[in-house]
Design a protein around this ligand. Structure first.
Ligand SMILES: [Zn+2]
Length: 125
């Protein structure tokens, strides 16, 4: 078990989520610091909805070359926006960090494969 120092009273407490500091009652979690909650919620929403919107965009824009280039641009912007790199200070545990990176990499490789297939179909490559 990893230890961390309590942000309120600096005594040693477990790093695990939900740990309550025996001295001051601080709870380890996402929702202690006021600015973390909206940011985490935003990141979570982005990592769920953006790939989904990208997926629909790729399907809808695959009818012709010009619209598809537009679709690829949207995909690239969304992939960038939902990159866990910009949210790295939100992650408390390594598991979370690895989990979100894996999800991001997996989802975006699937979308890139889709883009590749459409490009093939449109005979652009
Ligand atoms: Zn404490």
């Amino acid at each position: 078990m990893k230890l961390m120092s309590c942000p309120e009273c600096e005594s040693e407490i477990l790093e695990r989520l939900g740990t309550v500091c025996p001295k001051c009652g601080y709870t380890v979690g996402y929702f202690n610091e006021t600015n973390k909650r909206p940011k985490y919620a935003k990141f979570f929403a982005l990592s769920v909805f953006l790939p989904f919107i990208s997926f629909l965009t790729i399907i809808l824009t695959s009818i012709n070359t010009i619209s598809f280039i537009f679709g690829i641009v949207i995909f690239a912007v969304f992939a960038y926006k939902s990159c866990p790199y910009f949210y790295r200070n939100l992650f408390i545990t390594n598991f979370e960090k690895v989990f979100f990176w894996l999800v991001w990499i997996l989802v975006n490789s699937l979308l890139i494969t889709m883009i590749y297939n459409v490009l093939n179909k449109l005979q652009l490559i």
